[in-house]
Design a protein around this ligand. Sequence first.
Ligand code: OAD
Length: 234
Amino acid sequence: MISTRDRIVVLTGAGVSAESGLGTFRDKDGLWTKYDLNEVATPEGYARNPAFVQGFYNARRANLRDAAHNAAHAALAELQGAMGDRLTLVTQNVDDLHEQAGSRDVIHMHGQLMRALCGGCGHRWDAPEDMQPHHPCPSCAAPAGRPDVVWFGEIPYHMDQITDAITGCDLFVAIGTSGNVYPAAGFAAMARDIGAVTLELNLEPSDVATDFVASRYGPASEIVPAWVAEVLAR
Ligand code: OAD
């Protein structure tokens, strides 16, 4: 039975932040039902209409400023407090609600909404509230500022670190993610193949539900604190 003495990798997705008022992508009313991801989440879409794309991320940044972390984020921060670096927290989310809840060293594989990236020199800085196309980079002055988020067709961040953590873990847990987007959707199979236990915590079975040996379904704000309490009690 898994305890805080084991090594755990947690992967979170939009479902962990849904009850904080941040929309998911693929649920009914999800962001990708209202926006064409090819227009707002690809380098080609940005090249076609940078003002529209910057406006999309400015609005998401404004939503995030009004959002607060929920009980699922808080429970994961508590678990990390008990486990230290035996817990690796990887998120596909570009929000900072894990950090707001007290988690540290969160691996943001799809980048961060509150950060800006220079498309020229790679410099990163805190995103201004209202980012505009061709915002000058504070380091090299190139008019190449963009949100520091990973778009479709780009390579997710920190993949070596994530792969090392998964191939060394005893338990892999996916929380609030549809299993739709690779490479993250392949992490459960990777963990299973090295003999780790795999657990899915989600509102409903994900697209890769068969890669998990155990699953619990319900709202993250309920099932995540309940699971964390069990691990802490062992
Ligand atoms: P999705 O919108 O694809 O999936 C969200 C998952 O959360 C679904 O399986 C829902 O059933 C579940 N869910 C919804 N509400 C929940 C709740 N209250 N408690 C628990 N689960 C809940 O979001 P992601 O899987 O995170 O990438 O999407 C993956 C990536 O696709 C995102 O990081 C983003 C997106 O395009 C990029 O933009 C690169």
